[in-house]
Design a protein around this ligand. Sequence first.
Ligand code: MG
Ligand code: MG
Length: 271
Amino acid sequence: MVILKSDREIEKMLVSNRIVAETMCKLEQLIEPGISTIELDYFAENVILKRNAKPAFKGYRGFPSTLCVSINEEIVHGIPGNRILKDGDIVSVDLGVLKDGYYGDSAATFPVGKVSPKAMDLIKTTRESLMKAIDKARIGNRLSDISNAVQTHAEMRGYSVVRYFVGHGIGRSLHEEPKIPNYGPPGRGPRLREGMVLAIEPMINEGTFEVHILTDNWTAVTMDRLLSAHFEHTIAITANGPKILSVLDDSITKALVAGETGKSISNIWEL
Ligand code: MG
Ligand code: MG
């Protein structure tokens, strides 16, 4: 069952999601060659605790950390550790926060130092796929219109869409109904309604969409070990269209959805 949220609940979710956005924005400032992924994790946990909030992933089904940090061929659920980020890596950071009973969830892929044009194009296409999907999150559309928007854009650019992981509803639980695949024909599934809050999260691969899970039982990598990128926002469906909760400023949110900002990919969290 899809749980609809009241305006008051959406306000609360805005608070938790803005802590996510603030943390992501600060992490982006730290991401450069030479920093370890565990340093990013400690830093993020500190920001969240200072806001009297809790890291949502730590302890979730036994996950040990605040962040999921996934480098290059790693798709999602990488565990922070002693690995040092290198010039030319791309790093996907996924972060969930619980504040006052409600969850926030967002992810982004950042370039480390100078990356190849190919890697930058994958990052850009993945972010665009998310924004096109968000633009379909409107009252009266169907759920798979969101899915189809991701697949259409990513495949048009020559990339593949991960099937194994999906987006999700979010609220008092980190993962609620509905599941939101990033592929499939349009016009299927439940109609979108005011008060739905969704975490839309395309994972886009350079090569095959097939996934392999490493022996740590968490880290998902591409089967062919080519690159993968991941972007996620928590959004609310409102009478005025989709409202992105996991950003810091609403006017820039609208411009992003419309593709009107000239901001570079790597600083979308500096809002
Ligand atoms: Mg996430
Ligand atoms: Mg999520």
